[in-house]
Design a protein around this ligand. Structure first.
Ligand code: GLN
Length: 445
């Protein structure tokens, strides 16, 4: 069915970089045989999934949407892919994204444009644009994305699907090609909150192969989908409904709060006073980490090599031709911020700001169960509208980035349509409290 839908819609949406049809049919056949002998085994038995192309898949090309990795076939699976294998889902293919997950519209892919299924003149969001578009278009039942500054939630909001960035450390990052290691998290994109909880259940948990993996017990997420939000205390940061947030988005968030009130929850306005420094701090920290992480792509160890006159020349040629403009911009910014003499002024300062942002969240969670606001300031924008202006593009993530800096979990759920385009509602929870996030999110289904 997945390939049938893909045949029908893929030319319009272009979510996939690579279809693993042969592997998928083999797996489906195995499951069929299994079904006739032993019955259903695994929570995601036979469910078609698409994987963002920065998550490594054994023997299946993994390019991070970069020309530099055009020929890269990993020799192992990411932990999340292994876990999906155990749950018996079927990998349909690899999904388009912004190159190395740097972007908010998937327009920075080295290969193709992905279009928003709601309006193909508009972007699907990014960087997990393929992951969100494929679910919205019905090509797969769920997908995996990665979120460093909003890359699961913003495309989920733009495409009208459910996207969760789990608490930092809940889901193993082993096999996720690192962008900014202190921020990156893998998470599920699904049609419903219930599906999202099922997928998180399958991929969460301690992994000794990831040194940042948290050794915590994973609760049963389905049991929190009661629909009961009575007595819950909700905080609404005034910074999340102020300038930059469009009128139509604001109205939908207010309607959602009204609905929660009707269901017995209460809400109050609060302040996250350091939010206004989040984008500036993020671009120093994320770019610094990216400049170090991407040093490994030197043409020797992975991917495409462009031969030069000597070793240094080979590095230069490979990286000049392999990386796109946005990736180069981040590497230059990060290298500058980390250079001696500037370290204290930029990197250290940004780390200090990060601590203050985290403290803002800690303070609010002393008194409230969840924080609610929009996922993005606007609905999906037009293709080409922001590509030439990186700063406007960066501002798209103003409401999602603070969450990554703090490390808390957050989900984006559809909160209605404005002028025919989906609006995303963001529900932010305390550390490792995905259960409450799901509980509130489920009230919108
Ligand atoms: N748009 C942000 C960036 O370009 C976030 C990307 C992400 O979450 N991977 O860095």
């Amino acid at each position: 069915q997945s390939y049938k839908t893909i045949n029908e819609v893929e030319t319009k949406v272009d979510s996939f970089l690579y279809l693993a049809e042969e592997e998928a049919r083999k797996k489906a056949k195995e499951l069929d045989d299994f079904l006739s002998s032993d019955g259903i085994k695994g929570n995601l038995f036979g469910i078609p999934v698409g994987i963002k192309d920065n998550i490594v898949t054994k023997g299946i090309r993994t390019t991070c949407a970069s020309k530099l990795l055009e020929n890269f076939e990993p020799v192992h699976n990411a932990t999340v892919v292994e876990k999906l294998k155990v749950a018996n889902s079927v990998t349909i293919g690899k999904l388009n994204m912004d190159e190395f997950a740097m972007g908010s519209s998937t327009e920075n892919s080295g290969y193709k444009l992905t279009r928003n299924p709601w309006d193909t003149e508009r972007v699907p969001g990014g960087s997990s644009g393929g992951s969100a578009a494929s679910v919205a278009a019905g090509e797969v039942l769920f997908s995996l994305g990665s979120d460093t500054g909003g890359s699961i939630r913003e495309p989920a909001a733009f495409c009208g699907v459910v996207g969760l960035k789990p608490t930092y450390g809940l889901v193993s990052r082993f096999g996720l090609v690192a962008f900014a290691s202190s921020l990156d998290q893998i998470g599920p994109i699904t049609r419903t909150v219930e599906d999202n909880a099922f997928v998180l259940q399958a991929i969460a948990g301690y992994d000794k192969l990831d040194s940042t993996s948290a050794n915590v017990e994973v609760p049963d997420y389905q049991s929190s989908l009661t629909g009961d939000v009575k007595g819950l205390k909700i905080a609404v940061p005034k910074e999340y409904l102020s300038e930059g947030v469009s009128e139509e988005v604001r109205e939908h968030i207010q309607a959602a709060l009204k609905k929660l009130e009707d269901l017995g929850a209460t809400w109050e306005e609060v302040s996250l006073p350091h939010s206004k420094y989040a984008i500036a701090a993020y671009y120093i920290l994320a770019s610094s980490e990216a400049s170090a992480n991407l040093a490994r792509f030197d043409g020797i160890r992975y991917g495409v090599r462009v031969e030069g006159d000597n070793l240094i020349d080979t590095y230069k040629k490979t990286r000049s031709q392999g990386f796109g403009n946005e990736v180069k911009r981040r590497i230059m910014l990060g290298t500058f911020a980390l250079s001696s003499g500037y370290y204290d002024a930029y990197y250290k300062k940004a780390q200090q700001v990060r601590t203050l942002i985290k403290k803002d969240f800690d303070d609010v969670f002393q008194k409230y169960d969840v924080i609610i606001g929009p996922t993005a300031p606007t609905t999906a924008f037009k293709i080409g509208e922001k590509v030439d202006d990186p700063l406007t593009m960066y501002a798209t993530d103003v409401l999602t980035i603070p969450v990554n800096l703090a490390g808390v979990p957050a989900i984006s759920v559809p909160a209605g349509l404005a002028n025919g385009l989906p609006v995303g509602l963001q529900i932010i929870g305390n550390y490792f409290d995905e259960s409450t996030v799901f509980r509130v999110a489920h009230a919108f289904e």
